[in-house]
Design a protein around this ligand. Structure first.
Ligand code: MLT
Length: 265
């Protein structure tokens, strides 16, 4: 892992391979390791940058609220610090997708293409937002491990839970080791994130959507509606995967990403 200071925070990141820059943005409440099994194959054709977002993994954390805007600005500042001026393909998984929407809105010139993986464009309902704020307080008082039992069955498809217990184990480890300040701040940030549904028709860069066929958090139906609203977007459904499709079916997700990147103008 490397570390760089960007936007006033120390960010840890993997930088591997050469070629078109591919920025892999993890979700909540994990870190860059969600991409670990895919990075070697992706790095054979791309320069892969996989950071730990502010408050996650080995990166520094902030108190209070960390918004999706702030996380997107961290990424742009990191690219600046790394001297990467070539527009990137940004692949955002789940919360990483919420960050991707903000990156598109705020740093469009840095973007060659967008990959939205198991994510949603809509904002939280007031009930969901209230639950997230409550979760933030609970995590601070009880520790990150309290998230494991509620989240694991929603992150992985039943077949993955049954057949690949090591994947559940590694998620359990990563979630439990999470920085409670970082998790709480990002929960509060997600609770107040902007609604991008009405902006989808304005997305003006090549866009690929990926969804696990058994994703119960960002369902295939919801992602199909999103794909229909983004001009020229393509949706790929990954059979046998839940919300964590990159982790559950890495080979298929890697092949899908590489094909998209290779065909970009
Ligand atoms: C994620 O995987 O990043 C989260 O499920 C996103 C969310 O809670 O909305």
């Amino acid at each position: 892992m490397n570390t760089i200071t960007a936007n006033g925070i120390d960010l840890s990141y993997v930088d591997s391979g050469a070629g078109r820059p591919l920025l892999l943005v993890h979700g909540f409440p994990v870190d860059h390791s969600i991409w670990a099994s895919q990075i070697p194959a992706l790095a054979r054709q791309c320069r892969v940058i996989a950071p730990d977002l502010r408050g996650f993994g080995q990166s520094g954390a902030s108190n209070g609220i960390v918004t999706m805007e702030m996380l997107a600005d961290d990424l742009a500042a990191m690219l600046e610090e790394l001297g990467i001026t070539e527009p990137v393909v940004l692949c955002g998984w789940s919360m990483g997708g919420y960050v991707a929407f903000q990156f598109w809105k705020r740093h469009r010139a840095r973007l060659r293409g967008l990959i939205l993986c198991d994510t949603r464009a809509g904002a939280d309902t007031p009930e969901t937002a209230a639950a997230r704020r409550q979760t933030a307080e609970r995590v601070v008082h009880e520790g990150a491990a309290m998230l494991v039992e509620s989240m694991l069955p929603r992150l992985l498809a039943p077949a993955t839970l049954g057949n690949h217990p090591h994947l559940a184990q590694s998620l359990r480890r990563v979630i439990s080791a999470g920085n409670v300040r970082g998790i709480a701040a990002a929960s509060r940030g997600m609770a107040q994130r902007a609604d991008f549904v009405s902006m989808l028709p304005d997305i003006d860069c090549p866009t690929l959507l990926i969804v696990g066929s058994e994703d119960v958090i960002s369902t295939p139906a919801e992602m199909a509606a999103m794909a229909g609203a983004i001009p020229g977007a393509r949706l790929v459904e990954i059979a046998g995967a839940g919300h964590a499709s990159p982790l559950e079916q890495p080979e298929e997700v890697v092949a899908t990403i590489l094909q998209f990147v290779a065909n970009l103008p």
